[in-house]
Ligand binder design. Structure first.
Ligand code: FES
Length: 155
């Protein structure tokens, strides 16, 4: 994380003195973008750097499902399981992905290619059910559309 301190200092200038806790979210996003996940060592270093209690960083990490605490596969499928998506077939989408990839939500395929996660509302309820593939939204998903999406990925 230390190589990101210069960037964090630029972020810090955006906030008035005494608002250091506002740095937690943007710093965690940048760490995850850099490493792919937030390691225990990152939490310790961020605690020292920002000067907030470690529990404050742990709370943010456990609240927001987009933060990862361990490495994931090359392709990260995040299937929404919240109300609108559930009413429009999310369980079928998640089940289809599990069967197709041979993994349960929270797992990564043995070849490291895919990680499957279930998440709460992705903010696209009008086009449910929704699946994110890395940073891209895929809406109105169905088993057939999932098959086309996965089979169209580069090997
Ligand atoms: S409930 Fe799935 S996007 Fe909102």
């Amino acid at each position: 994380m230390k190589h990101l301190i210069a960037e964090f200092e630029l972020m810090r200038r955006r906030y008035p003195p005494g608002s250091e806790s506002s740095l937690v979210l943007p710093c965690l996003h940048r760490i995850q973008q850099d490493r792919g996940f937030v390691a225990d060592s990152d939490i310790a270093e961020l605690t020292d750097y920002i000067g907030v209690p470690r529990i404050q960083i742990e709370e943010v990490l456990s609240h927001y499902t987009q933060f990862r605490r361990a490495p994931i596969g090359q392709w990260h499928l995040q299937a929404c399981r919240n109300l609108s998506c559930s009413m429009r077939g999310a369980e079928g989408v998640i089940g289809h992905l599990s069967r197709k990839l041979g993994i349960a939500p929270g797992q990564t395929t043995a070849d490291g290619r895919f990680t499957l996660s279930t998440v709460e509302c992705l903010g696209s309820c009008g086009t449910a059910p929704v699946v994110m593939l890395n940073e891209a939204y895929h809406e109105n998903m169905s088993p057939a559309r999932l098959d086309a999406l996965i089979e169209g990925l580069p090997k």
